[in-house]
Design a binder for this molecule. Structure first.
Ligand SMILES: [Mg+2]
Length: 316
């Protein structure tokens, strides 16, 4: 590193200045002190590891910082909660310099501003590879968090936005070197991540009984929701909102879309979709039905087959 740790911390503090009044003690002390809100705390953590979640030469530090915050905020959104505070434990290798690190914090700051949360502290360490480990603390009104557990047979499965774009983005980025506007949007999603915070709260207000964010692929995450809710599903392939540059396989199995997948009573879907379009300009699509048991895909030929469990399982 081309600067001392204290010089780097001083520079980082400048990037993270002007914390809101609820932050009593922010970056730079032994620990942060914040005033809690009235609801329940919602906590999550996730690490982006070089070589496993990103290749340093293929992403900018600014995009990487944005993504590290966004993937955590997406988990908060999936509980129908609001993000409030973030912490970052950063491992830096000899291959990155102060400018790279400042850009990374710039990207985290950008994401925090976009999602109305504050980076209140963290830690710097040295290691062989870069790791960006982020913890986000959110809030939700007492008893209002939406878990994966509440889906009931007879309800409808809905999904926000479009599916498969993030995997399409990774594929298209590797293909290069020139892209059209929709391809660039897919690559941007893959590089920067996203979180559907307002959308999660809207789904909760409109009767969602179970919810999660799609991080490892529709099929795998849907199977997880069904397992925890002890229900089955009949997914309709022709109803999937496949991203404009994505394939059906990418929509079914591609990871890191960070769209919200929820179950809700059929009567709530129309009003929820109308409100979602009106408020956020984001589509909400019914893609299947909750059944008593079994994971079934109705394919494009009208044949029923077992839901492929393909997903982006890190431990597979
Ligand atoms: Mg999640």
């Amino acid at each position: 590193m081309d600067v001392t740790e204290d010089e780097l911390l001083t520079a980082i503090r400048r990037v993270l200045s002007d914390a809101p009044p609820e932050v009593v003690v922010g970056v730079g002390d032994d620990a942060a002190v914040v005033r809690p809100g009235a609801g329940e705390l919602v906590l999550t953590t996730d690490a982006l590891v070089e070589g496993s979640h990103f290749v340093r030469g293929l992403t900018t530090p600014r995009d990487l910082g944005h993504r590290a915050i966004a993937v955590n905020v997406s988990d908060i959104a999936a509980m129908a909660a609001s993000p409030r505070y973030a912490l970052c434990a950063l491992t830096l290798s000899d291959a990155v310099d102060a400018a790279w690190t400042m850009e990374l914090f710039g990207g985290m700051r950008e994401a925090c501003d976009a999602f109305a949360c504050t980076l209140v502290g963290g830690n710097l360490a040295r290691g062989r590879d870069v790791t960006v480990a982020v913890t986000v603390c959110g809030e939700v009104a007492s008893g209002r968090a939406i878990t994966r557990a509440g889906a009931r047979a007879g309800e409808v499965v809905v999904v926000t936005g479009e599916l498969g774009s993030s995997s399409a983005g990774r594929r298209l980025r590797d293909r290069g070197p020139s892209w059209d506007e929709l391809e660039r949007a897919a690559i941007r999603l893959a590089d920067r991540g996203q979180a559907r915070v307002g959308e999660g709260a809207l789904l909760a207000r409109h009767g969602a009984t179970a919810m999660l964010d799609i991080s490892d692929g529709l099929c795998l995450d849907l199977a997880r929701l069904c397992a925890v809710s002890a229900v089955g599903v009949r997914l309709r392939q022709t109803d999937l909102p496949v991203g404009p540059r994505a394939t059906v396989d990418e929509a079914l199995g591609g990871g890191e879309d960070h769209e919200l997948l929820a179950a809700m009573p059929a009567a709530d879907v129309g009003p929820a979709a109308a409100a979602m379009h009106e408020t956020f300009g984001v589509p909400l699509t019914a893609i299947g039905d909750v059944t008593p048991a079994g994971l079934v895909l109705l394919d494009a030929a009208g044949q029923e087959r077992p839901l492929p469990a393909a997903g982006w399982d890190h431990f597979a």
